[in-house]
Design a binder for this molecule. Structure first.
Ligand code: 26M
Length: 821
């Protein structure tokens, strides 16, 4: 039995019941007879939150008394999803709460459906941040997550006539029981204005920034409960507010309405999450968001540092490490320089020595369109002093480049933070590498490509700076909480400490051939599929058979992720079945979940195409006993938690070299789904772990993609030489799937032919189709399939985010755990 480490007396069932009823009465003003599910959920959260806050207080006290070095994880996104189940599991209170509520006539699973997802992120990068803060707390590491308190998270997706419609997300409409407002820690943040040069008597030249605006940053704290409940860290998210200073003059002059305009502008900063993923929008408000949360967070860190160390900066980089989750918070680098030079009056070299020992940077992408660049003019308008500092950093860096490659202007141009051209641009990736002491990619292959293709010269200058930390996922959310039946089966076989020591899942391997265990394992998979089938029917009205193979592709919609390759193969299967009704495949349900960036036309066209093909196939009695296609609307963390435990096949089919890591691949395999995938990102390491015989690898390798590009890729070579591929592509031009609207799906075909097929869909089609045929064959041998599925679960130990965090600690952060109490 687990106890609640953070509270002096572990909560028992009677106490839980009493607390929940008390909160129904005293916090929510209702009672056991009147309360609806929402009230029950809130009362349950409030009861648990009392204990969480005790743990938070004790953790902060321990960290303060031990004067610990801490990591500060700066991220524009934290995709937390729902918190209730996670907190109950991590506190070891899940079962007792379930029983307590049962005795009150309430079902915990039902009331947890009341919680809105905290969707403060786009996809992989944001969810990674959420898994990492779970692991940091679990490993008793002193850590703070810093980000933005968006009023509206990632848009809610509706599907109308097959098309994506975006609706605002309002996760806080009925309040969030887990967050705490901290008005005592408000920060003032300057913006705009101009820089004054001052000449002191001692000959010292100094700069003073006269900002044009001040906005307030109001922090909201989300407690982050570690598994076992001992350490409770915080996620601190900043909300923007109008500053009083600013408005009073206008207000007094009778400008009430103008003052309100100011308020609206200031409050716009944290209004909404940009829904772009893997593209740089270059919007002014986005840069302001980045500066706003980075500056608030730095001030917060410095305030805490000064409380312990006063004005002595010499120990700053011993106490503080800041991890930049991509370049989104990279403006923190010139901001710290500004504070050290303009405010603390340190000289440049000393300030730079502190700064460049404080930051570390994680790269999540090689796609050129995703590398952040800001127009220098925009920078100058919003952050005039920071642009000056960036120029100075660059100037000094160029001297270093000159020393390594004397007279080589081409290399200087390439490495410069400033890109010269029609419009001068600030390259945030270069700034991040230059200003950090460590830079990491997120999977072995990705890190190798960061060194070889993205930053080869930086790697030459600083051979130890670039490194790898392979991503991971928290097994607490992605197995224990989302797949309780499988978790209990595992507990019974190998004990219940696998959520902390995921390598222990290896212990399941010895049962992989055991017929009884195979039955139990596959029975749970079947039950999970039955449950998902019900959900699918509720959400879409489509009936699916749990005896079919559930084939799942869930991720943001992007050409490089190749949902359209999956679709072409589905159409090929459909065609084969029409041509030959005896065509022998095990019944299969293809399930998709994906949001497209609202401005990404082709991504939206792919969603439309999937929905139109689905409609046709699902209503075609000639094939719909063998083939179904479902696009589940509004894919998000809480939907992932329902889909992943029910998946048989995991689609990880990006063009080799394009997917930095992937993390959904890990979640699916952990839950016993077999991967159909390319040798890309973490798929390569997954294949190494599970063994080639337990995964379906297909397609071009990174090297083959490169060779093909060098000799000139022509998609028509494939179109003209493969009858099936040609027929399927031509089908898109007809009105077969869009009656009365011929050509409605043609943009897709065009992108893969005239458009040059930038992601090599046609080149990989045959190999993909062959891998799918092998998967089909393997499924027909149910004992073989069960063994493969079990071995996938058994061999996922490496991909716990606890291992990722330990890698960061050893290679980059050099932190020491701090036991609480
Ligand atoms: C950019 C500009 C404006 C607004 C938003 C953005 C932006 C937001 C998120 C750009 C990229 C964003 O995320 C990229 C991302 O999620 N990358 C994924 O990171 C995962 C964690 O490392 C990897 O597993 C995935 O392979 C990688 O695609």
């Amino acid at each position: 039995k687990k106890t609640v480490g953070s509270s002096s007396t572990p909560l028992n069932k009677a106490e839980l019941k009493a607390a929940i009823v008390k909160h129904l009465h005293c916090s929510l003003g209702t009672d056991e007879n009147k309360a609806n599910n929402h009230a029950w959920w809130k009362a349950t959260c409030a009861s648990v939150q009392e204990h969480v806050l005790e743990g938070l207080r004790k953790t902060q006290k321990s960290h303060y008394l031990n004067d610990t070095r801490a990591v500060h994880y700066f991220s524009a996104e934290f995709l937390m999803g729902r918190l209730t189940s996670n907190n109950l599991h991590n506190l070891g209170l899940f079962e007792q709460t379930e029983k307590a509520l049962n005795e009150l006539g309430v079902n915990l699973t039902d009331i947890m459906e009341e919680e809105q997802d905290m969707a403060l992120g786009n996809g992989g990068l944001g969810r990674l941040a959420a898994c990492f803060i779970d692991s940091l707390a679990t490993l008793d590491l002193p850590a703070v997550g810093y980000g933005l308190h968006y009023e509206h998270g990632l848009f809610r997706q509706e599907i109308k006539n097959g098309e994506q419609i975006e609706r605002p997300d309002s996760w806080r409409d009925y309040g969030n029981p887990w967050e705490i407002c901290r008005p005592e820690s408000i920060q003032d943040i300057p913006l705009f204005g101009y820089v004054e040069t001052k000449y002191g008597e001692n000959g010292r030249v100094s700069k003073e920034w006269h900002p044009g605006h001040i906005v307030k940053g109001l922090p909201w704290d989300i407690p982050v409960v570690g598994y076992g409940g001992k350490t409770v860290n915080v996620l601190r998210l900043w909300q923007s507010q109008a500053s009083d200073y600013f408005n009073w003059d206008v207000f007094n002059a009778g400008g009430y309405v103008d003052a309100q305009k100011e308020n609206v502008q200031a409050e716009t900063i944290s209004k909404v999450l940009y829904p772009n993923d893997e593209t740089e929008a270059g919007k002014e408000l986005r840069l302001i968001q980045q500066y706003f949360f980075s500056a608030c967070s730095l001030k917060d860190i410095i305030r805490r540092y000064k409380r312990a160390h006063g004005d002595d900066w010499s120990r700053f980089s011993e106490q503080v490490v800041i991890q930049l989750n991509d370049t989104h918070p990279a403006v923190a680098i010139p901001e710290l320089m500004r504070i050290l030079i303009d405010r603390a009056e340190l000289d440049w070299d000393y300030a730079w020595s502190i700064c460049s020992k404080t930051f570390a940077y994680t790269n999540h992408t090689l796609l050129p369109e995703a590398l952040e660049k800001w127009p220098a003019r925009m920078f100058e308008k919003i952050l005039p002093r920071h642009l000056e500092i960036i120029y100075e950093i660059n100037h000094r860096f160029m001297d270093q480049v000159e020393a390594v490659w004397p007279g080589n202007n081409a290399i200087k141009q390439k490495l410069s933070i400033i890109e010269e051209g029609a419009e001068k641009m600030v390259r945030m990736g270069n700034l991040s590498v230059i200003g950090s002491f460590a830079v990491n990619g997120v999977a072995e292959i990705h890190s190798a490509l960061v060194k070889k293709d993205l930053f080869p010269e930086f790697n030459h200058m600083w051979p130890d700076k670039l490194t790898n930390v392979t991503n991971g996922i928290t097994p607490r959310r992605w197995l224990k909480a989302c797949n309780p039946a499988l978790s209990q089966l595992i507990d019974g076989k190998i004990g219940n400490d696998w959520p902390l020591h995921l390598h222990k899942l290896q212990g399941l391997a010895e049962f992989a051939d055991d017929a009884k265990f195979q039955k139990q394992f596959m029975k749970i998979k079947h039950d999970n599929k039955t449950q998902l089938a019900k959900e699918v029917f509720t959400l879409t009205g489509v009936e699916i058979d749990p005896n079919a193979i559930f084939d799942v592709q869930i991720k943001r919609l992007h050409e490089y992720k190749r949902q359209h390759l999956n679709l072409l193969h589905i159409m090929a299967l459909y065609r084969r079945l029409l041509e030959n009704p005896q065509y022998d495949i095990h019944p299969r349900v293809f399930l998709f979940g994906a949001k497209a960036a609202p401005g990404y036309k082709l991504a939206k066209d792919i969603i439309y195409a999937i929905n139109k093909v689905a409609e046709k196939i699902n209503n075609d009695p000639r094939v719909n006993h063998k083939l179904k296609v479902v696009f589940l609307p509004n894919y998000r963390v809480s939907l992932a938690e329902k889909m992943i435990p029910a998946a048989d096949i995991s689609e990880q089919i990006s063009t080799a070299g394009k997917e930095a890591s992937g993390t959904g691949n890990m979640k699916l395999s952990l839950n016993g789904a077999l991967t159909v995938g390319t040798l890309d990102g973490a798929n390569i390491e997954i294949a190494e772990e599970v063994g080639d015989e337990n995964i379906f690898i297909f397609g071009l390798t990174v090297d083959e993609v490169e060779t093909l590009d060098r000799k000139g890729y022509n998609p028509f070579d494939y179109y003209d030489n493969n009858r099936e591929l040609k027929a399927v592509l031509d089908w898109l031009d007809s009105d077969y799937f869009t009656p009365g609207k011929p050509g409605a799906l043609s943009s897709l075909k065009r992108s893969m032919l005239e458009g040059g097929d930038p992601y090599k869909v046609l080149a990989d089609f045959v190999s993909y189709s062959d891998a799918q045929a092998l998967a089909d064959k393997a499924y027909k041998d149910s004992a073989k399939w069960a063994k493969m599925a079990i071995l996938n679960t058994a061999r996922m130990g490496k991909f716990t985010s606890d291992r990722s965090i330990k890698d960061y600690v050893e290679r980059i952060w050099k932190l020491v755990p701090c036991e609480v109490e």
